[in-house]
Design a protein around this ligand. Structure first.
Ligand SMILES: C[S@@+](CC[C@H](N)C(=O)[O-])C[C@H]1O[C@@H](n2cnc3c(N)ncnc32)[C@H](O)[C@@H]1O
Length: 231
């Protein structure tokens, strides 16, 4: 038998965020913190500081897209007026762990559980318009078509003038499409993107794109801003 040559370049399995689960022991070891990338205190504070720098105020309503175990949420909930923090994510157990372990009773009082939702297609319609939204280290884990869907749906729930901030792993425009430097790929998780990909993904939405670039992210993810234009 003549063996057919195999060329396998990317030998890893895709994480299934929907299937993530955390036993009590894993929760106690802080796996729900590590699973969102570690750097728990630093990356939570960075998000709060960034949003404050963009003009976040307590009276605003904020949507945290891919909120995970509330690394930012645990700081945003006490800052925002009660009921003004909302989070969506594809993984149930990661959000549940954040809600159970990372908020104290006072914070849980300020965050109705109805403000959190597990959704596999970025259903962010809570019946309220948002002033700001953030997707921190989420576009690094989803395809470009997911990003397009995310922008399409989030645009529908933003106030005119509202801002949606998103981070991504950027490669320069001369970087080869088949490049895999740093365990990031164009076709699989972990994803890298060109700046223009992030602009393209918003083409069918009422979002105006602006590249913000470096914002102090520990792994050098860059920030983009989508501003909701009036209807
Ligand atoms: C690296 S973590 C970041 C979590 C959070 N934004 C933070 O900064 O701590 C990525 C998150 O994106 C979520 N995620 C991945 N794919 C998603 C999708 N299609 N829709 C919503 N959330 C998704 C994961 O479940 C995970 O919680």
């Amino acid at each position: 038998m003549t063996e057919i040559e195999r060329r396998i370049e990317a030998r890893h399995t895709e994480p299934d965020y929907q299937a993530w689960s955390f036993s009590d022991a894993a929760r106690a070891r802080g796996r729900h913190r590590d699973s969102v990338g570690g750097k728990w205190d630093e990356m939570g504070q960075l998000q709060l500081d960034f949003l404050l720098g963009q003009g976040l105020e307590p009276s605003m309503r904020l949507l945290d897209v891919g909120c995970g175990s509330l690394r930012a949420g645990r700081l945003l909930v006490p800052y925002l007026d009660p009921g003004h923090y909302y989070g969506i994510d594809i993984g149930h157990d990661i959000v549940q762990a954040g809600y159970d372990l990372e908020l104290d009773d006072a914070a849980r009082e300020r965050l109705p559980v109805q403000n959190l939702r597990i959704t596999d297609r970025f259903d962010a319609d809570f019946g309220v318009p948002f002033d700001m939204a953030i997707a921190q280290s989420v576009f690094t884990h989803v395809s470009l078509n997911h990003i397009r869907l995310c922008l399409y749906r989030v645009a529908k729930v933003m106030k005119p003038g509202g801002k949606f901030y998103a981070t991504f792993s950027e490669k320069p425009k001369d970087y080869p499409v088949d490049g895999t430097w740093g365990r990031a790929y164009t076709e699989r998780n972990v994803y890298w993107y060109y700046r223009r990909d992030l602009r393209w993904a918003a083409e069918r939405t009422p979002f105006e794109f602006r590249y913000l670039g470096a914002w102090g992210h520990a792994r050098n993810q860059k920030m983009v801003e989508y501003t909701r234009l009036p209807d």
